[in-house]
Design a protein around this ligand. Structure first.
Ligand code: VAH
Length: 312
């Protein structure tokens, strides 16, 4: 049985559905700080505030879970607005969930991010093992989280595993308070108004990934043979290195009149500028067979079709 925290978020809302398809509804317990609508509600659900360790322990014990996928967190732009609260939730929640995993001997997944890299990290084809001096609270949380998860593996033998997610693009639940959210908004605005004003400047490359590839990566990593894993927290995974104009060009193949303009948000631009342009995922490919399936054209076709359906 699997407990998912942050099940109402951008990743959680789709991961829970996919896990239930694979392992059965009753075997995937969704949890979040507030009640969640939609498909996630079609199976076991519990209110869990990850800053309450006892509550996490109780739910994990009651359902006799053997795995926890910890997704509850504040994303980069939100974390910059409320850094102390971001630390309390992102690090306090992680420590609490790791402690429960240690006490109940649970397999453990939590995502890191390209946000775990900083301005002094090599920007192109960022290596798996490299300098990580992030300059955002979110980045500090992610690099600390990677170290904490590796510590719990080395010190207590907790089977912790993680991936450094690029900006994730999906049409089910919107991201909340991320820097890469423009790459989701652009598709909704393309359908609604055939135009979008990007808060990230032209020419700003970041690694992006379509949600189906992200979900596949989580499941593949968690099912990987542990004797093959040289790294654990966390693996670089990459799919699409793109700047706003790349999305515009891909959209214009379907909506020729689509127009992209720019009104840069200095706060989120600063965050984006501190992150890599592209990352190297060879360690994940070699150690557990990671392979992204969606490029920007295949993702764009599907995103526009699904959002058009959703907004009917
Ligand atoms: C964010 N979507 O923008 C998240 C992610 C790499 C970006 O961490 O904060």
């Amino acid at each position: 049985r699997i407990l998912v925290t942050g099940a109402g978020g951008q990743i959680g809302s789709e991961l829970v559905v996919k896990l239930r398809e694979i392992y059965g509804d009753a075997n995937v317990i969704a949890s979040d700080i507030r009640v969640v609508e939609g498909e996630v509600a079609n199976g076991p659900f519990e209110i869990v505030d990850v800053t309450d360790e006892q509550r996490i322990y109780q739910v994990a014990k009651d359902y006799q879970v053997d795995t926890v996928m910890h997704l509850a967190a504040l994303l980069s732009a939100t974390a910059e607005k409320i850094p102390k609260k971001a630390w309390d939730i992102n690090m306090g929640g992680l420590m609490n969930t790791l402690e429960v995993a240690r006490e109940l001997n649970l397999q453990f997944f939590t995502p890191s991010s390209i946000g775990a890299f900083g301005p002094s990290t090599p920007k192109d084809n960022t290596p798996q093992d490299t300098l990580q001096r992030p300059t955002t609270m979110y980045g500090v949380n992610k690099v600390s989280g990677e170290l904490l998860c590796d510590y719990y593996y080395e010190r207590f033998g907790v089977d912790t595993r993680g991936v450094r997610f690029p900006g994730l693009i999906s049409y089910v639940a919107p991201p909340g308070g991320g820097t890469t959210d423009y790459a989701v908004e652009i598709y909704y605005e393309a359908i609604k108004q055939q135009k979008y004003t990007s808060y990230i400047a032209e020419g700003t490359y970041m690694d992006m990934m379509y949600m189906p590839d992200a979900l596949e990566a989580i499941i593949q990593l968690m099912e990987a043979d542990p004797t093959k894993l040289i790294h654990r927290n966390a693996f670089n995974i990459a799919a699409i290195s793109a700047e706003p104009m790349d999305f515009a060009k891909a959209i214009q193949k379907h909506i020729p009149q689509f127009e992209l303009t720019f009104e840069v948000d200095p706060v989120r631009q600063k965050i984006a500028d501190s992150w890599p342009n592209s990352i190297d995922s060879s360690a994940a490919e070699e150690e557990w067979g990671f392979q992204a399936k969606y490029d920007i054209d295949r993702m764009t076709k599907e995103m526009l079709e699904k959002i058009a359906e959703k907004l009917k």
